[in-house]
Design a protein around this ligand. Structure first.
Ligand code: XCC
Length: 530
């Protein structure tokens, strides 16, 4: 019998690839596995994989459905945490020039409000702050979920909050702090967003990924050449947009479209969210792919490792050279077809931090009932989700709430012209979610309340990556209400959702929304936040 999950129509060889079947959206006919997406599939030992579809069945080892789902959630969260922690550690290495990547001691104790710190200690979810102890916590999360170690799904789920705290402090906070210390803080001002910022009359270099180590040097180097146009993609793009006002051409879902304009001379990548198909697509055009991080290798890329400021400066010069040579191979027809599309970039206010968001006014407005609260709209833009519905919902909600946004979804708000810097604020890349946490903390301090007692909600309407899960876990541990619009792994086993909602509510009085309907979500938020 044909398995619909295997009906993959995407042809990945560059020779056969057409624009239509290369685009991410065209490949969505590969349906997600309904068992895997609900978390019921356990492939943690070689007696399986076991698909445990209901409570009356068990896996070969006796694992219940709840246990399997909980283990999958913890492993997924730990994957996201590893990516953010890796990002911050790469910045540490870049800046210190040493392989001894040690964050400051007692980092969480120094950064977090003391009332939260005590709560986490009491709840047993405080990460080990000694030396690199948080790394041991991450390996223990994987250890805990191997065959025959932990059979209590509740304790496994609680460990997700510990991973959330590691993600938040040793990933988001440390990454943002290092980025600001080394490269400087962004300033709020107008920026350009969307594919229309690619210039047919220039040599275009796209910078894609997450770690801004090379990107920052690229800005300095490109400034010497009038004919070079830099554009950003994904979180490296958000960084460049916030910090340097370099236009941002695409979020995750549009990354292939950037190359398919036929106008990109070089695509420079670091790590995370660089999908494998993009390397194949570069081969269909004249675009040179340049990889810069040991972890992020592609078989057809020119590899220029960036490990310290000197190698970043040298690579920036080489990339400009590569792009200039590649320009000769651009085909004229791409310029005319791009011009015919008349794509115009959208303008929006970008580059906010906790220092530029008017937290005193927001606190006053909450106190006087002029505002119902603050919503952090974070994470990815999943092509399986109708994002337009969510954008409409946030536009509506921004009449009653302040919206703080980051990552790919902030780009999407920008594409709809909603980044006004008055009701809807752009706070940078996903690692910069630390700025959203800090902004919320400042508002709570102005009012003399704990952050968990404030009308704050974190909403991830269209998550894709494991990183979105670990960020949500961080904000859940902070005591904020949370929402996922694509409740991957979360709702298949009712006990799991009930335990998550119940324990977050007991710990901090917060609410959890696993809601994929934007209208229903909006109605519930309006009635819950009075
Ligand atoms: Fe998600 Fe971070 Fe990736 Fe965009 S780039 S798809 S993780 S929102 Ni950061």
């Amino acid at each position: 019998m044909p398995d619909e999950h295997l009906e993959l129509k995407y042809r990945s060889t560059p020779e056969t690839q057409t624009k239509e079947d290369s685009l991410l959206n065209g490949r969505l006919n590969l349906h997600p596995c309904t068992i895997g997406s609900q978390g019921f599939c356990c492939k943690l030992c070689m007696m399986g994989p076991c698909r445990v579809l209901n409570d009356s069945r068990k896996g070969v080892c006796g694992s219940s459905r709840n246990l399997i789902v909980a283990k999958n959630i913890l492993r997924f969260t730990t994957g996201g945490t590893a990516a953010h922690v890796g990002h911050a550690r790469h910045l540490l290495r870049f800046m210190s020039g040493s392989r001894q990547m040690r964050p400051p001691v007692n980092y969480i104790r120094r950064k977090a409000p003391s009332y939260q710190y005590l709560k986490w200690r009491e709840a047993g979810i405080l990460p080990d702050e000694r030396d690199n102890g948080y790394l041991v916590d991450m390996t223990e999360a994987l250890h805990m979920t191997t065959l025959g170690v932990n059979s209590d799904f509740r304790s496994i789920l609680l460990d997700c909050l510990k991973m959330g705290l590691i993600d938040g402090y040793y990933g988001l906070y440390l990454g943002t702090e290092l980025e600001e210390r080394h490269f400087g803080k962004p300033v709020a001002r107008e920026g350009l967003i969307d594919l229309g910022c690619i210039r047919p009359d220039r040599i275009n270099i796209a910078l894609h990924g997450h770690e801004p180590t090379l990107a920052d040097h690229m800005v300095k180097e490109a400034a010497k050449y009038r004919e070079i146009n830099l554009v950003g993609v994904c979180c490296t793009g958000s960084y460049l947009l916030s910090r340097h006002r370099v236009p941002m051409a695409a979020h995750f879902t549009l990354q292939e479209e950037v190359i398919c304009t036929g106008l990109i001379e070089a695509l420079v990548v670091d790590v995370q969210c660089i999908i494998p198909s993009i390397a194949d697509i570069c081969d269909c055009y004249h675009t040179k792919l340049v990889s810069t991080n040991e972890l992020g290798r592609f078989p057809n890329a020119i590899h220029k490792p960036v490990t310290d400021p000197a190698s970043a400066a040298a690579t920036a010069r080489e990339v400009i050279e590569i792009a200039m040579q590649s320009r000769a191979n651009r085909r004229d027809e791409y310029e005319s077809s791009f011009r015919e599309r008349s794509l115009l970039p959208r303008r929006g206010i970008v580059g906010h931090t906790q220092h530029s968001v008017p937290t005193v006014r927001i606190a006053d407005d909450i106190k006087n009932g002029r505002l119902k609260g603050v919503i952090g709209v974070i994470g990815c833009v999943n092509p399986r989700i109708d994002c337009a519905e969510w954008i409409k919902a946030y536009r509506e909600l921004s009449r009653e709430f302040i919206i703080l946004s980051s990552g790919c979804i902030a780009f999407e708000l920008g594409r709809y012209g909603l980044l006004d810097g008055k009701r809807i604020f752009h706070l940078g890349s996903c690692i910069n979610n630390a700025r959203i946490a800090e902004t919320m903390l400042q508002i709570s301090r102005h009012l003399g309340d704990a952050i968990s007692d404030m009308p704050f909600l974190i909403s991830a309407p269209a998550p894709i990556s494991e990183k979105a899960m670990s960020i949500v876990m961080f904000f859940a541990a902070m005591g904020l209400s949370i929402h996922s619009g694509f409740p991957y792994l979360m709702t298949g086993a009712p006990d799991i959702a009930e335990f998550i909602c119940g324990s977050l509510s007991a710990m901090a009085g917060s609410r959890s929304y696993f809601e994929d309907n934007a209208g229903v979500f909006m109605a519930r938020v309006r009635s819950d936040f009075k």
